[in-house]
Ligand binder design. Structure first.
Ligand code: BV8
Length: 250
């Protein structure tokens, strides 16, 4: 276990020599890009709601316009966000690795924007939309009404994200489980490790004897079990982890 910001030599060596690295990221890795996390209190107009109350099919059925407008508000935030050094550090680790899987709970697309390639979006992507009735993709829906209507069937359009109580995309879930089950190093970055089934992934890796590293300024249910705990913001810690594992030459 290690605290503070120093990177243990044993961890740097384990990362450099790994055959397959799996990473799970949560809202915390995008906090330094200005995207509010779920645990942060909602700001302004949305302060009186909890995300778990809005990110559900029931909320959409009850008040489709309000849920649609919440996502439009978040899309505007995400549209202005840029990857931070934490996102770029993960893209650099992937370049060094024979096997690498980046599993994200985030729907903001910032890992792709930072150049990560093998990204598993467990909870979808807020910039995509689909038909609420039939699930087919809907590109560039009209701006009015809110929510827009599906051009193919007239049903309501919804964001292409996984809501609470909804199944995850099968291919994403299988890829995530496969990576957690075969990796030798698992980095768990910026997640409160509460939302299932993502929250079980680091424990699956632990059960198989992988080296599990938690990177988070605050404790989570994983903290007491992780092989290493690096306490602090991922935008600072991940670049230091990369520099420790692959010291800059020259
Ligand atoms: C499912 C997309 C099968 C939408 C999201 C009991 C009752 C009812 C349901 C359940 C239950 N137990 C389990 C469930 C199922 C439920 C669940 O887990 N509920 C929780 C609340 C207990 N899960 C589901 O419903 C999933 N589906 O299980 O299907 C099924 C079917 C029917 C019935 C039952 C089961 C679907 C879950 C997906 C939900 N969709 N997002 C959208 O974005 O609008 S989840 C959403 O919340 C995010 O995607 C994210 O995954 C999650 C929030 O988690 P985090 O990412 O961890 O973010 P959080 O804010 O919590 O934490 C931020 C962390 O960052 C903190 O630790 C903080 O310290 C840290 N941090 C802050 N700053 C930094 C930092 N770290 C590093 N650097 C920093 N600078």
């Amino acid at each position: 276990m290690s605290g503070a910001m120093d990177i243990p030599v044993s961890l740097a060596t384990a990362l450099r020599n790994a055959r397959h690295v799996a990473v799970l990221t949560g809202a915390g890795i995008s906090a330094e890009s200005g995207v509010p996390t779920f645990r942060d209190s909602q700001t302004g107009l949305w302060a009186r709601f909890r995300p778990e109350e809005l990110a559900t099919p029931e909320a959409f059925e009850r008040n489709p316009q309000m849920v649609w407008e919440w996502y439009e508000w978040r899309r505007k935030l995400v549209g202005q966000a840029r990857p931070n050094p934490g996102h770029y550090a993960l893209a650099r680790i992937e370049q060094h690795m024979p096997g690498f899987t980046l599993i994200t709970q985030n729907v903001d697309g910032l890992h792709h924007a930072a150049g990560s390639r093998n990204v598993v979006e467990m909870h979808g992507n807020i910039m995509r939309n689909k038909c609420f009735e039939h699930g087919h993709a809907v590109d560039r829906p009209d701006d009015d009404p809110k929510p827009p209507r599906c051009p193919r069937c007239g049903g309501r359009v919804r964001p292409d994200v996984v809501w609470f109580g909804e199944m995850l995309p099968e291919h994403a879930l299988q890829a995530a489980l496969g990576a957690a089950g075969t990796c030798d190093v698992f980095l768990c970055v910026g997640t409160s490790t509460v939302v299932e089934p993502a929250a079980s992934l680091p424990f699956t890796a632990l059960a198989r004897g992988a080296c599990v590293v938690e990177i988070n300024p605050a404790p989570t249910p994983l903290t007491s079990r992780a092989s290493y705990v690096l306490t602090g913001p991922s935008g600072i810690i991940l670049p230091r982890l990369v520099a420790a594992a692959w010291p800059p030459t020259g």
